[in-house]
Design a binder for this molecule. Structure first.
Ligand code: MD6
Ligand code: FE
Length: 220
């Protein structure tokens, strides 16, 4: 009997085979079409039924255009006091929903295929982008172990991800991300600045006018 996997091993779309690893730059790998929205989206919906999507407040007092929730032992949160990982969802005052086995399997497989066989994520941030939502340039530095990479899964509407250097500023290298693409960065790229450009109006057969992103990280 074969179980439905949240990733595919057969070619799906474009000129690259799903499962093929494209080395973009040192420490950065792109795995095209290797996540399966049909399997992952219902899991996201059941997580959001317990820990709802919310627009976090930044330390500067603004509201993020991206709505977020989390699953796993730790969740990434932001408020007026700063960014941090928390074992408790501030909205429900309970722990975050468990990380589905399918999520973890996808993250470990993508990391191993990208040269990070030791990845052991304890946090999965779930981002929901409406049309027009974006994420400004930042680097992920709230984690305690930068030996561990970041695995970022794109579902639904496409978006343009941009990698900058290890310091703020510069032109940036755009990476177009489509439904099912997985981006992994670690090693020499672990602390690179990155951003997500405004999501453009479009429709996806499963997510409608939304883009979802799963960001797997080791918080502690
Ligand atoms: C994305 N997200 O949503 C990329 N980083 O495609 C991030 O880069 C990110 O959502 C740090 C904290 C929260 C995030
Ligand atoms: Fe980030």
């Amino acid at each position: 009997m074969t179980l439905p996997l949240p990733f595919s091993s057969a070619p799906t779309h474009g000129s690259n085979s799903a499962g093929e690893v494209i080395a973009l730059e040192p420490g950065i790998a792109l795995l095209r079409g290797c996540a399966t929205t049909r399997i992952l989206l219902p899991l996201i919906e059941s997580i959001a039924a317990r820990s709802p999507f919310r627009h976090l407040t930044t330390p500067g007092g603004g509201q993020m255009s991206v709505a977020m929730t989390n699953c796993g032992p730790l969740g990434w949160v932001s408020d007026r006091t700063g960014y941090r990982y928390s074992p408790v969802d501030p909205l429900t005052a309970s722990g975050w929903p468990a990380m589905p086995a399918e999520f973890r399997a996808l993250a470990l497989r993508a990391a191993a295929a990208s040269g990070f066989p030791e990845f052991d994520p304890d946090a999965c941030l779930i981002n929901r982008y409406e049309i027009g939502a974006r994420m400004g340039a930042h680097r992920d530095a709230d984690e305690s172990n930068f030996q561990q990479p970041i695995v970022s899964v794109s579902l639904g509407l496409p978006a343009t991800f941009v990698f900058y250097g290890l310091t703020r500023g510069g032109k940036g290298s755009p990476v177009p991300l489509a439904d099912g693409d997985v981006l992994v960065w670690g090693g020499p790229a672990r602390l690179r600045y990155h951003a997500v450009r405004k999501v453009l109006p479009a429709q996806h057969s499963l997510t409608g006018s939304l883009r979802y992103n799963l960001t797997f990280r080791r918080g502690r």
